[in-house]
Design a protein around this ligand. Structure first.
Ligand code: GDP
Ligand code: MN
Length: 380
């Protein structure tokens, strides 16, 4: 789960990483009020879950409350690469002497958290990595040993930070970043830019924060930060119904039992020249309610022209799944044709049950490939 800048900064502040004071607003009038409260120049910052807001016109300085109101009016409603701005973070403006970059991310390859630090901040880190790779310092932390303060000193010296006060502040921030990262079960904590003010104060001016979805159950406060209005409506519906669903671009709705089989189903549809409309995993069982929930999500997608049900019965018997499908079809009205492939335990009985039902629009195919072809034909 990705957090907004202001949410990431809240978590930073909670762990003692210095950030600027600010207010969240949704209207130009409120932006003006916030600027009055904060006093002095402010930055009006679009809150969207996408980077590069500055370049897209989503970050603007304002010297007076009137100007803050006007800039807020410019930015609200702006479309930043598909993300419409509905909320703004009004922050006390900082004077910037230097822009650094600091991040801690989960390096899956190394199975360890990875720090990256460079004094070439404020620009895309990919650009630094491509043009001046020697300026980017990388350091892994062994999760079993935990973080050691010498690691922070190594980052700071290797990047060439010379001012002792800066060194001290950055070393402290590096240590606190590890605490936030581990404490929140984060996958990414990025500060770009980490600024140094003309007075020599180091502060996080931006935040990019991703929390591991699988750990949200133990962070109810973070789980609550999810902005359901900004999420894909179909994926939100799926989450509500506990259906494992990912929206894709095609016309063939697919569902299988088990993640591996469901992915193969997506593949086989593509293999025979079709385009899957989604990924959907029914999980191990094939009970009627699970099928109803999955079908009700899949059929909400107006692009779906046919549905491919791919079931392999292992412990779950195909005759049970077949009954589940029929029960589900009684509960919801589906206009798209459904192609079913049943294989595995009690497959023949399952197929017979479906065939005997006489349900119009239900096509039973003997193999996965046949079923994929049929579903793609029906979607054309
Ligand atoms: P991003 O473009 O989405 O990464 O948004 P940032 O929050 O990183 O802001 C982009 C850029 O705007 C920063 O790199 C700064 O150069 C500038 N900026 C942001 N806040 C301030 C501020 O308080 N004062 C000044 N002078 N510049 C700022
Ligand atoms: Mn940034």
């Amino acid at each position: 789960m990705d957090l907004y800048e202001y949410q990431g900064k809240q978590l930073f502040a909670r762990h003692g990483i210095p950030v600027s004071e600010g207010r969240l607003v949704e209207t130009p009038a409120a932006a003006r009020g916030a600027a009055e409260e904060l006093g002095g120049p402010v930055v009006v910052k679009a809150q969207v879950l996408v980077g590069g807001r500055g370049k897209a016109g989503g970050i603007r300085l304002a010297t007076t409350p009137e100007e803050a109101e006007a800039r807020a009016g410019d930015i609200l409603g702006l479309d930043i690469r598909g993300h419409v701005v509905r909320r703004l973070w009004i922050e006390k403006a900082s004077e910037i002497a230097k822009e650094y970059y600091l991040s801690l991310t989960f390096d899956r390859g190394a199975k360890q958290p990875l720090y990256m630090f460079t004094t070439h901040g404020g620009v895309d880190i990919e650009e630094v990595a491509a043009t001046t790779p020697e300026a980017l310092v990388r350091l892994h932390v062994d999760p079993l040993e935990g973080f050691h303060p010498w690691q922070a000193r190594r980052l700071v010296y290797a990047a060439g930070v010379e001012d002792p006060s800066e060194q001290k502040q950055i070393v402290a921030i590096v240590g606190k970043l590890y605490e936030v990262f581990v404490g929140c079960d984060a996958m990414l904590c990025e500060i770009n830019p980490l600024i140094v003010t003309p007075d020599g104060e180091v502060r996080a001016l931006d935040s990019k924060f991703t929390v591991d979805d699988n750990a949200l159950f133990r962070h109810p406060d973070i789980a609550e930060m999810r902005d359901t209005a900004a999420a894909d409506p179909l994926e939100s519906l799926a989450r509500e119904k506990h259906v494992t669903y990912v929206k894709l671009d095609g016309e063939v709705g697919v569902l299988g039992n088990g993640a591996g089989l469901s992915m193969s189903t997506v593949d086989v549809v593509t293999f025979v020249g079709g385009r899957p409309a989604n990924f959907c995993d029914l999980g191990g069982g094939g009970d009627a309610q699970g099928v109803v929930d999955a079908l009700s999500v899949i059929t909400q997608d107006p692009q779906v022209k046919s549905i491919f049900f791919n079931i392999f019965g292992g412990i779950t018997r195909c005759d049970e799944v077949a009954r589940g499908i029929l029960q589900a079809l009684e509960q919801i009205r589906i206009t798209a044709p459904i192609v079913v492939r049943l294989d595995g335990t009690n497959a023949e009985e399952g197929r017979r049950i479906l065939a005997d039902s006489g349900s119009a629009g239900l096509h039973v195919e003997p193999t996965m490939l046949d079923a994929a072809r049929r579903a793609v034909e029906l979607a054309a």
